[in-house]
Design a protein around this ligand. Sequence first.
Ligand code: NAP
Length: 487
Amino acid sequence: MDQQQEQAVVDACPTELFIGGKWRAGEGGKTLAVEDPATGTTLCQVADASPADGMAALDAAVAAQADWAATAPRERGEILRRTYELMTERVDELALLMTLEMGKPLAESKGEIAYAAEFFRWFAEEAVRIEGSYQVAPNGKGRFLVMRQPVGPCLLITPWNFPAAMGARKIGPAVAAGCTMVIKPASQTPLSMLKLAELMTEAGLPAGVLNVVTTSDSGGVMEPLIRDGRARKLSFTGSTQVGIKLIEQAAEQVLKTSMELGGNAPLLVFADADLDQAVEGTMLAKMRNGGEACTSANRIYVQTPVLEEFSRRLSERMGALTVGRGTEDGVDVGPLIDATQRDKVKDLVDDAVGRGARVLTGGTVAGGNGYFFPPTVLADVPRDARLQKEEIFGPVAPITAFDTEDEAVAMANDTEYGLVSYLFTNDLTRALRISERLETGMIGLNQGIVSNPAAPFGGVKQSGLGREGGTVGIDEYLETKYIAINI
Ligand code: NAP
């Protein structure tokens, strides 16, 4: 990829706030820098919104709500469908922009654009399938009319690890349901969202439906909007720590909330598993997005008879991955998002090694620019290592042995998180028995990826509230109204 091409993609991306269908500078012309994590250099500056800018965005969303809710569902669906088509046509440009601001290899960025576009296609189809019902009351006299209506203006907050898909997963159903919104992307990866707003405008989205606010002061800008009361819904994807704070703020006005929070996914490999499948699945579960995914396998538990063989094969695969700048050919793993994240991953590895874990591959940070960490496999990881409890968010696979099914389930459930678990076994009854006992919202059975726009994504325990995607995804943006009829 040549530098001119990269610069052209950055230059073609909007950098201002998108409010009421217009691009405008932030109050006082303040800006914030967007960095390329592979080089540590600044790509461009984007508007840095103030609380007043945030409030202007909410005003715009509130002003547009009634007309938007009255739009024909088919029209809303067709705007989503056109968004899907535009994203598919422009995948190369969108993927390059994402790689530049986030670091993941181009192939993964293309995969994310396709995944994000699929949410628009899926919800284009759901927009025209919002159902209601008419029912005879049990006493035979009255009638119940049940209808679904848009919840109202929404506040959407997204993280940096999937700069397009996490937004698409919220914007798609909100648009389909007839809600307007203010979205705040992560300050480290604002470009993909600004570009998406431009593209949705081209797809026909009316002014004020989608408002984008980029800021270095997330709390200062979003808290007044959450406490304002005119927005009726808060949907957040990010860390559990921030999610808890936002639930508290949302409680004041009793906002409907959806929370996609942190994970600490266990991955269980039983001795009866197909080892090729287990290694392949572990690579996907661990290395998608370089390990910077809420669904990333954080703890790998392997039954003793296959422990050595599995560990050897996984180390070989991890050790063979090429680390580098995501724009370069042949790169499998990009940099981590910033120095803080790289140092945290290193601390977690050092802590595990200090408690007796063995490094099978990787483990040490090479010098140079960019926030790179090598794919790492650790064996004999003790239960008290910090990375058994904390989200690693990096390319580190910690392996621990187990003997019995009960022991595996107890270790898997020994966490406050409950997003996803992975299970590799060829024994059907064991698979079903364990699946029922695992305390997670999703399970990958003999496969390392669960994300799919047509399926309900979400967690239990401190991993979240609500589901995104699938036929239930739109429910998060609808209220049920019931009319009691005296016939
Ligand atoms: P984060 O620090 O919680 O930030 C997420 C978003 O919240 C960003 O836009 C951030 O803005 C914003 N934010 C931070 N503090 C805020 C506040 N006080 N008020 C309002 N907004 C605030 O999380 P992250 O480090 O970006 O993302 C990684 C986390 O997301 C991991 O825990 C991961 O598991 C989780 N995640 C979960 C899912 C899921 O579906 N369950 C999917 C992806 C990621 P700034 O950028 O300005 O800080």
